[in-house]
Design a protein around this ligand. Sequence first.
Ligand code: FAQ
Length: 318
Amino acid sequence: MEKTDTVLEEMLKNFEEKINRGDAIEPKDKMPDGYRKHLIRQMSQHAHSEVIGMQPEGNWITRAPSLRAKQILLAKIQDEGGHGLYLYSAAETLGISRSELINQLHTGKAKYSNIFNYPTLNWADIGAIGWLVDGAAIVNQVSLQRTSYGPYSRAMVRICKEESFHQRQGYEIMAKMMAGTKEQQEMAQDAMNRWWWPSLMMFGPHDGDSPHTGDAFKWKIKRHSNDELRHKFIDKTVQQAEVIGLTIPDKDLKWNEAKGHYDHGAINWDEFYRTINGNGPCNRQRLAHHIKVHNEGAWVREAAEAYRAKKEKAIFNN
Ligand code: FAQ
């Protein structure tokens, strides 16, 4: 056996022992290339989702119905930008640069969540995003707090705290509209009808059709499967909808006593794959906007880099 093979085997053994003990893997630890690539893919897609997700909500900042609502929405969108930054920084610890991550987004190599390719047509959509989209994101991210990669899991702890505020502000908007006029109630129900199914798609394909789940479980990146988390989200959301008088747009939704959760109707996977492969209602608009703003911001990055280089020179010359 070659010496390099022995070193590699030893490295793999140490890594697997750590994973099996439930220890966190840290940036300077040796890790298999597959683990590193898997994380870069997932974490970068997660970061891109946070940042692209600012667009549908940003569309309503100037039209928020009150100063209070505008302040809350501004704070929420700013939080999402911050989440993107934590996640990009965490992904960079795996040895990829921010500019490469952004390049992968712009060239279509990296995905972002299906959900942000739908339009926000009225104020009720802002309620639906907070309640359903952030609600789904929390279920997924609470599980990821125990993911095996240290920087990712620590980012999740902080992000989850902020997401629960986001979910409540969305639910408050929906509850207010449901306590309002008939037109407001209809707007809220219409938003619910449009956002429900894409929110269920956020959890990814069914377990049997999810190519990455096997490795994700083996490496403890995922702690729960796509379907387990989807069910968790449905079970808690059905009750919240009932409290404020909204109807879940699924005639096949039924409590399953034996399984201890709701069974749901068929998800339109053609729509899901069409959307994540670039052909949803707003994909081109979302990406074009990101590219435009990124290019317009080049001077800010250049100025920040020049400032950093100047500081570094001053420190080393002293
Ligand atoms: N959208 O084998 P799997 C938020 C892709 S944050 C697009 O099951 P995996 C906060 C998947 O990438 C929301 N693509 O994959 C907010 C793969 O394609 P690839 C983002 C999806 O990774 C709120 C293929 O399908 N959260 O909302 C989606 O094991 C409001 C096969 O799938 C995260 O990213 C999808 N929904 O499981 C911000 C959480 N689902 O890469 C602003 C972290 C699957 O081979 C406003 N991510 N695909 O080309 C995860 O937990 C996982 O990556 C899953 C997918 C569960 C999303």
